[in-house]
Design a protein around this ligand. Structure first.
Ligand code: ZN
Ligand code: ZN
Ligand code: FE
Length: 755
């Protein structure tokens, strides 16, 4: 007989860990107890040597699906003389620990949902310890029903019995509910139809009739319509005022996913993962999906149902639904019933509502396979706020306010980074309020009191202003250059802090010289960077307007970098309306509102405009996204480019690239071939600079970050080239390569500079 004290740390609460321990103890006939404290699970055990060993092995190997064990501390002690094993009352201390994010309906709950003999048959709020809502309904921690929006639903006797039975799957499942005691769903305005009283059935029937229905989901409202109906999709676009940007689809099952797309095994895994994100995948040609769902793209964003309500709806509708955030373009997702009915009144024909309040907004997450890794492009529902483990421990709490687009913030406490959910572009009051309320929630939940505040170098970003006005006396404020933050965000994912070659390619970021950077090759570590390479500056005539009208970018390149061959481009320049052409030229000459940029995103814009792929961009990055969609990945051609030696390093002159691309286009070479060669060329000149930097600085590690690395073809080409050449390459795994990952990089730089 031996006695053991065991302490388990990690994500071990709100996941069914105590009942798991209880059942293990029973199985190995051990006596003692288990309890929660605020920071860990504590276990005392008496038993035989062999049984204790088996217990400890299973503790790690068979933990419940949502548990994540970071640390197990085992100590021998004298047997306590226990006679049974019990779950005892929680011990409150000053500590703190996380619980898992919202999780898709588990198989056991799904079986109950469609089993007529179960009391939760067709009940849209079925959940258990292994699945269901978490951070969308939690107001404060520790995680307890009283501190969630479930507190206004007292449990019925049947639910309470499950809740209190350690052998039950619903032991201490805080959102446990049933048709007797739990939330209910109803249709707001829908006319009654004979024979279909169930609101979800009626909702499906409205959708079949081509209606747009706002559905109260997990982290906010979603707008749904029949994805095979061109009229419905067009109506949704017009009412939502969302033009061009692709809509995500929810499909009933994997069979439907394979009917619409060509998923690779790794994409099928992502689709079925318990996070149930939207997965961007190559679409099949000639499907029944309305063309306007994802115009100009070779991909579709698909997700599977992830709440019981979605399962019921999709089972009943039996086809693909557009499922997009319930908001007006650019505004945050709506969460309250009244708020939704108000804000979405002109978009939705009807509302599928329920009375379980949503406490925090979480959009659906989006992932894409880049290289051989599934990478989040939008990290929100089911990912945030799961903390990222840092390779250091901070003495002081840090807040990093992120950038402007695809905004997130990051809070650092000890060795954990809490990256907020995707908040959106910080361009209007609603989004700023979303940012501030999410920040207040995170600070309260995780007991963070930032003393160090990091922000972007851009003085006009709202996030920089939030940082300046953050109410802490004597806070240390740290300004971090945009592309430095990008590179450090990729480095820290791999625990790398020594100097690397950083390739940061994106649309926009404020440079130390006041120009707009975005085609940067840095030598960087956590505390600083040197800019050793970049794309040659080109003028953005009219500033922001050049992003919306990529032909202005092309004209800017022609009149500056391609001046020597301007005559060859005359047919292109002639395609710009004469009045505008004269004004643009004049604007460039007098340098009026014509900032300089080294942006790689803008180079893609110019190429897309020259090839007639897109002359007007309905959203930032659209020209590049369409150029990628068109590109023939079999092409191996390359265009010429020039690497110029400068005082600090290398300058990439893409003039020859644009000239070759234009000549081929004029000669009638197919656009997909030219687009393929263009991608190869961007990868090739990047590799060229990396080689030169390696030789000079004796560095062999390359980190890739920035919005351009959402481009799967560019990423693949560059990865192939770098690896073939013996480079070690660091790419993103858990945070987005786009500006959604910036806040993590800022936080790490701020830590490094202040410790
Ligand atoms: Zn479940
Ligand atoms: Zn009940
Ligand atoms: Fe960026």
């Amino acid at each position: 007989m031996r006695g053991l004290s065991v302490k388990v740390r990690g994500t071990v609460q709100g996941v069914g860990f105590r009942p798991f321990v209880f059942q293990l103890a029973e199985r190995y006939r051990l006596t003692g107890w288990v309890r929660n404290t605020n920071s860990q699970v504590e276990i005392e055990l008496d038993g035989g040597e062999e049984s204790l060993e088996s217990f400890l092995r299973d503790l790690r190997e068979r933990a419940p699906p949502l548990a994540r064990i970071d640390e197990v501390e085992v100590e021998d002690r004298d047997p306590g003389g226990f006679t049974s094993f019990e779950i005892i009352a929680s011990q409150l201390d000053e500590g703190w620990q996380s619980i898992p994010p919202d999780t898709a309906t588990c198989d056991a709950c799904l079986n109950e949902l469609f089993d007529p003999s179960e009391r939760r048959y067709r009940y849209p709020f079925t959940n258990c310890t292994h699945c269901g809502p978490r951070f969308t309904i939690i107001e404060s921690l520790p995680y307890d029903r009283q501190r969630t929006t479930m507190r206004c639903f007292p449990m019925c006797d049947a639910c309470r019995r499950e809740y209190e039975d350690p052998r039950d799957r619903r032991f201490h499942a805080q959102p446990v509910a049933c048709p007797t005691c739990g939330p209910k769903v109803w249709l707001h305005a829908g006319e009654m139809e004979s024979g279909a009283a169930d609101p979800i059935e009626r909702c499906a029937s409205l959708l079949r009739q081509g209606k747009i229905v706002a559905i109260k989901g997990l982290g906010g409202f979603q707008l749904a319509c029949d994805a095979t109906s061109p009229e419905s999709v067009a109506r949704l676009r017009a009412r939502k005022r969302r033009y061009g940007k692709p809509f995500a689809l929810m499909v009933p099952d994997l069979e439907w996913a394979s009917r619409l797309c060509e998923p690779a095994p790794i994409e099928l895994d992502a689709l079925q993962s318990r996070e149930r994100p939207i997965v961007l995948m190559r679409r099949r040609p000639d499907t029944e999906i309305a063309p306007d769902v994802a115009p100009g793209l070779d991909t579709l964003g698909l997700m599977l149902p992830y709440t019981p309500l979605h399962h019921l709806l999709l089972r009943s509708f039996d086809g693909p639904l557009v499922m997009t955030s319930g908001n007006l373009s650019e505004e945050p997702i709506a969460i309250g019933n009244r708020e939704a009915v108000d804000r979405l009144a002109l978009i939705a024909d009807d509302f599928l509502l329920h009375d379980r309040d949503i406490y925090a907004r979480y959009d659906d997450s989006v992932v894409r396979v880049l290289g051989d890794t599934t990478v989040p492009l939008r990290r929100a529902r089911s990912y945030a706020p799961d903390p990222l483990s840092l390779p250091f421990t901070a003495d002081q709490d840090i807040l990093a306010c992120g950038a402007q687009q695809k905004s997130t913030f990051c809070l650092v406490k000890r060795d954990k980074a809490f990256l907020s959910q995707h908040i959106g572009d910080l361009e209007n009051l609603e989004t700023l309020e979303h940012f501030q309320s999410a920040l207040a929630t995170f600070e309260r939940l995780f007991k963070v009191e930032p003393r160090i505040i990091a922000h972007d170098m851009h003085p006009d970003y709202l996030s920089s202003r939030v940082a300046q006005e953050y109410p802490v006396p004597n806070a240390v404020r740290v300004t971090v250059q945009h592309h430095h933050a990008h590179i450090v965000s990729a480095m820290v994912e791999h625990g790398v802090r020594d100097e690397v070659i950083g390739v940061a390619y994106d649309g926009t970021g404020y440079g130390t010289d006041g120009a707009i950077w975005g085609g940067e090759i840095l030598v960087a570590n956590w505390t600083g960077f040197r800019r050793v390479g970049h794309l040659r500056y080109a003028p953005m005539i009219g500033g922001e307007a050049a992003i919306r009208k990529p032909y202005r970018m092309a004209a800017g390149y022609i009149w500056s970098l391609c001046r020597a061959s301007e005559a060859e481009f005359q047919p292109f320049l002639d395609s710009v309306p004469i009045g505008e052409r004269i004004i643009l030229r004049r604007q460039l000459e007098v340098e009026f509102n014509t900032p300089l940029t080294s942006s790689c995103g803008r180079l893609f814009d110019a190429a897309a405009a020259l090839l007639g792929v897109r002359t007007e961009a309905l959203y930032e990055g659209q020209p590049a996204v369409e150029l990628e969609a068109l590109a023939d990945a079999q092409v191996e051609d390359l265009y010429p480019f020039d690497l110029l030696r400068t005082a600090e390093g290398w300058e990439i002159d893409p003039a020859a690239v644009l000239r070759a691309l234009w000549c081929e286009f004029r000669a009638g070479r197919p656009v997909p071939v030219i687009a393929g060669a263009f991608h190869n060329t961007v990868a090739a000149f990047t590799l060229g600079v990396c080689r030169a930097v390696r030789d000079k600085h004796r560095l062999n590690r390359v980190a890739l970050s920035g919005g351009c690395f959402q481009n799967a073809l560019l990423t693949r080409r560059l990865l192939e080239g770098l690896r073939k050449d013996g480079f070690e390459v660091l790419t993103h795994r858990h945070v987005p390569p786009n500006d959604g990952g910036i806040s993590l990089g800022q936080a790490v730089v701020a830590h490094a500079l202040t410790s």
